[in-house]
Design a protein around this ligand. Sequence first.
Ligand code: GTP
Ligand code: MG
Length: 305
Amino acid sequence: MDLLADLKKGKRGAIAKAITIIENDQTESKKLLKKIFKDTGNSIVIGITGPAGAGKSSLINKTAVAMKKLKTKPAVLAVDPTSHVTGGAILGDRVRMSESTDSGTYIRSIASRGATGAVSRSLRNSVRVLEYSGFNPIIIESVGAGQTEVEISNIADITVVVFNPHTGDSIQTIKAGLTEIGDIYLVNKSDLSGTNQLFDAVLDFIGDSERNPKILKTSVKKNTGIEEFAKVLKDLMNSKKKTKTEKNQERLETELKDIILNNLKEKIDDMLDSNTNYSKYLKKLQAKKIDPFEAGDKITKSLLK
Ligand SMILES: Nc1nc2c(ncn2[C@@H]2O[C@H](COP(=O)(O)OP(=O)(O)OP(=O)(O)O)[C@@H](O)[C@H]2O)c(=O)[nH]1
Ligand SMILES: [Mg+2]
């Protein structure tokens, strides 16, 4: 099987295989990246975040269909979806998002386990596979709690924060969400009571923000607000294209530094094992003849000689 040719054709099996490589096999992953890298960096990444159960997956399902009608080709990466509704998260999402899959949207779950850096690495490179395969935009769903949220906003060109009245999102959660870098704030489940209060509260908090984010109401249940949401996204995709090049350059620099620091860390870790200064100063430290900082500085200096 010619993986690259099949990826270019957007074949699902090939995409699944490539992303599995990226998640599990560093050596093969590097080989793959070498081949596809030139043809990446051109799709807009939309991060959709919000509390568990806010309706992100349901919303993405409908929105992907609407975006398809607007002549875009969306793909979805869901970061470790934890649906409390079905228990079986991935299967549940697949069912929930089946409408958009039928319309040609590619949907894939990405594990959020592992080191912080590892998650963003596999996300970033999975995005690249999807870019190479011709998808644009690439929508990333993540639960807005903890570190993944921050990572998403580092990767995404457009960030959408989803709230809803049903889960009783407190003003506190909203505040926390609003200090993030949302381009769009969505009050989903607008068929439920409390929607207007929540909408006003969100409006209040970001009313005088200079970024001028959009606030929208959607209901997946009643199928309202979704076409508008898709249109806003499409417009934002166009306007973000202009700033994307510059952002990409910055991100590439950060990525490069990350890789170098990681490589060095691994190398130095190995070196310490056989370093005589290291064992010497470690013993001194353990005997309390030297303090940790002094020991650290001495060893570092000898390493850099
Ligand atoms: N009433 C109402 N319920 C909705 C709406 N959108 C989603 N739901 C329901 O809310 C529940 C959670 O929806 P999901 O789409 O799984 O939410 P999620 O944010 O992806 O959840 P996690 O991935 O677990 O964080 C499901 O039972 C949906 O049917 C809506 O607009 N109105
Ligand atoms: Mg979900």
